[in-house]
Design a protein around this ligand. Structure first.
Ligand code: HDD
Length: 715
């Protein structure tokens, strides 16, 4: 396997991960290999002599009744019975990793005095958790859904949480709607169907009646809803926060994470298949990248608006269903986040981590965004149910800076605080802790007035301009994917009211989109647009805009399909070249074992060890394929239905495919699409319509790699 970490890489890895938080967690890490005793104990430290036989009243050789007096057995079962805690009501399925955050300079000091955003000498530890929204903890990774993008910054001034998504807008404008929205999207109450999907009557019924969700629907139904990797998604704080600078001036702010590897997606057929073939695809991808040293990295950016300009825009800047177009408010890149350490144990870290939008540090505050205001109540509340009142003491949640106050007691309190005083003010006023204004959280002295009303601002009533802007900004193939995605979802709705209503909503966004979807799903095909298309578009909304400037195969999974009789020199050359590009290479052969090159018999140990056999994996799990030359090898591949399927499927999913010599013949026979030209023959360097395929009669690893890079980028 090529994913083994070299010693050198391991050393870099170890050094880079020693953040203050990792050091803090060491206090609670149990490493059985370094415990002074090998003996297995019960929870109270008493050695256990037998974990497999319940104490019974019996004659030897007969089975007697189990005895309740077996306190060791009872303890083991009791502990087991209580292993589960309530799963998150949304975002239940997730994966987390540790890392760090740094700013490049103090350019953000114009906006904030928060050192985490201005002090470039600092490395702030972070823990990030990515999640899907709809499904339960056991659902699949690649479902169509929003992805949660939550980051806990363990700053020296306390914990700061950005609890965001991979999509910059949200379904609803006011937090009071959240329970209805979540009920509608979650499995239906009568039969708990469907799992990990929004393709059902209740969801489309709800969003059809809540046109404020139209913009978000466009995003989720676009390729953003099925990311290739959690490492290849943008992250957005979504809500509007405030920054405060040392002069006491305030700015509205939105937070952004931009992935170094660009934004990439699966195709829907792949996503569907992967959900069954490898439900942990994204979890494993994150782990593989980190353990092979291809650390996921995001640039961190802010958009800011001075407080005085709040009302200068066509849209309300406090409306979470709207983006701040980059043409109007450019992104300022101020730092980066790197994830470089997987968790040691899933439950205490990824499951028990608890985020709250209300966790901010001095220099950062809240706007009146009505979604954010409600969220600030909800997250703290939900952690009490999920984890109990002392959840902030859990290792993954506790800050790296000192915590000292008079909050006390409650279930599962870990801390033991000395002294007779547990209130403020107290007669020992000079003691600790004392409230301090120096470095303390300062609320902005803001004048507030108004009439108590259950209303939203008038700009909140405009629902379609930005949905249209988003759709107009997509490339033709991205638009086609949106049409297909909505058609898929509405096809799963069997109540005509639902798909007819939604077809009408779409007609407010784009006439052609509405017509195509309505035709596909049996909706009412409109004969004229419900509103004029404003014709505006912006490149920054298409994910193509975020492709890396230089093509890269870093961390991509490349499969070499091999059968006995291949050319050894070629395979070694290809592997070396892919390794140099920091891709992972996987040999797939007829069996997990030695695959022999030309001229070697079956008993020989000369060959290449296959990581997997053809039946054990699927093409969906790889980004690119190479078929080396060798007449016997190519013939062997051609005779295997599974390998033929691998190639046909990969071709259909627009994967980069390379073939050499006789491998080209196999490729052509496998694809069998009359009229398709993928004659990118490196010898003549002639490129006709290449369809993501690069072929060469003879082997030249350099060219193959260069062309695969290019094709990877194109596809
Ligand atoms: Fe939420 C979890 C993101 C609106 C209430 N939300 C949760 C998580 C993410 C988001 C990433 C998972 C955190 C983790 O990994 O533990 N939520 C968002 C975004 C929203 C949003 C980007 C819109 C801008 N959420 C939202 C509203 C409410 C909630 C309006 C309630 C009024 N969200 C919750 C929650 C969860 C949650 C019920 C479930 C588990 C948890 O908080 O810790 O409180």
């Amino acid at each position: 396997m090529t994913s083994a970490i070299t010693n050198a890489a391991m050393q870099v890895f170890t050094a880079a991960t020693q953040t203050a938080k990792i050091a803090d967690l060491q206090r609670d890490i149990i490493d059985p290999s370094t415990k002074p005793t090998k003996g297995l104990t019960n929870d109270h430290g008493v050695f256990v002599s037998d974990t497999d036989n319940w104490l019974k009243a019996q004659d030897h050789g007969t089975v007697g009744p189990s005895l309740l007096e077996d306190h060791m057995a009872r303890e083991k079962i009791h502990r087991f019975d209580h292993e589960r805690i309530p799963e998150r009501v949304v975002h239940a399925r997730g994966v987390g990793a540790h890392g760090y955050f740094k700013v490049y300079n103090d350019s953000a000091a114009k906006y904030t005095y928060a050192p985490v955003l201005t002090d470039s000498s600092r490395t702030t530890p972070v823990f990030a958790r990515f999640s899907t929204v709809q499904g339960s903890r056991g659902s699949a990774d690649t479902v169509r859904d929003v992805r949660g993008f939550a980051v806990k910054f363990y700053t020296q001034e306390g914990n700061w949480d950005i609890v965001g998504n991979d999509i910059p807008v949200f379904f609803i404008q006011d937090a009071i709607k959240f329970p209805d929205f979540v009920h509608a999207v979650k499995p239906e109450p009568h039969n708990e169907v469907p799992q990990g999907q929004s393709a059902h009557n209740n969801f489309w019924d709800y969003v059809g009646l809540q046109p404020e969700s139209a913009h978000m629907i466009m995003w989720v139904m676009s390729d953003r809803g099925i990311p290739r990797s959690l490492r290849m998604m943008q992250g957005f704080g979504v809500n509007t926060y405030m920054l405060m600078n040392a002069k006491g001036e305030r700015y509205f702010v939105k937070f952004h994470f931009l992935p170094e590897l660009g934004v990439h997606s699966l195709v829907w057929d792949e996503a569907l298949k992967l959900a069954g073939q490898d439900p942990d695809f994204h979890r494993k991808d994150l782990e593989e990248a980190i353990t092979t040293g291809a650390y996921p990295k995001w640039k961190f950016a802010i958009q800011t608006i001075p407080e005085a300009r709040e009302h200068d825009f066509e849209f309300d800047i406090l409306d979470a269903t709207k983006v701040w177009p980059e043409e109007l408010i450019p992104l300022e890149i101020i730092g980066e986040m790197v994830l470089n350490r997987t968790v040691d144990e899933y439950f205490p870290e990824t499951e028990q981590v608890a985020f709250c939008t209300s966790h901010v540090v001095p220099g950062i505050g809240f706007s009146n965004d009505p979604l954010l205001q409600g969220r600030n109540f909800s997250y703290l509340d939900t952690q009490l149910t999920r984890l109990g009142v002392n959840w902030q003491e859990l290792p993954i949640n506790r800050p790296v800076c000192p915590v000292l106050n008079f909050q006390r007691d409650g279930q599962l309190r870990h801390k033991i605080t000395k002294g007779s005083i547990n209130y403020w003010p107290n007669r020992q006023g000079i003691g600790r802790p004392v409230p301090t204004s120096e470095g303390g959280y300062a609320d902005f002295p803001q004048a507030v007035q108004g009439i108590k009303l259950r209303e939203r601002g008038h700009k909140f009533q405009e629902y379609f301009d930005q949905a249209q802007l988003f759709y107009n900004s997509l490339a033709p193939h991205e638009k086609a994917h949106v049409v297909a995605a909505i058609s898929f979802e509405l096809s799963h709705c069997d109540d005509p009211v639902v798909y007819e209503t939604y077809s009408k909503i779409l007609n407010n966004i784009d006439f052609d989109l509405a017509r195509e979807v309505a035709t596909n799903v049996g909706g009412i095909v409109p004969d004229r647009p419900a509103r004029q298309n404003h014709g505006k578009s912006t490149p920054t909304l298409s994910q193509l805009y975020y492709a890396p400037k230089e093509p890269t195969i870093v961390s991509r999974r490349i499969a070499i399909l091999l059968a006995d009789g291949f050319s050894m020199a070629e395979v070694e050359g290809l592997r070396a070249a892919f390794k140099a590009g920091q891709a992972t290479t996987w040999i797939i052969g007829p069996r997990r074992g030695w695959i022999h090159p030309k001229g070697e018999g079956s008993g020989s140990s000369v060959g290449v060890w296959a990581d997997h056999h053809f039946e054990g994996q699927r093409s969906t799990m790889y980004d690119a394929f190479i078929i080396p030359s060798g007449p016997e090898h190519a013939q062997n591949l051609a005779q295997n239905g599974r390998t033929v399927h691998w190639i046909r499927e990969a071709f259909g999913h627009c994967k980069a495919i390379g073939a050499l010599g006789e491998g080209v013949t196999f490729l052509r026979e496998a694809v069998q699409l009359p009229g398709v030209q993928f004659a990118h023959d490196l010898r003549s360097n002639s490129v006709t319509n290449s369809y993501g395929v690069v072929t060469a009669g003879t082997y030249d690893a350099g060219s193959i790699v260069a062309d695969t890079l290019r094709i990877e980028q194109d596809s």
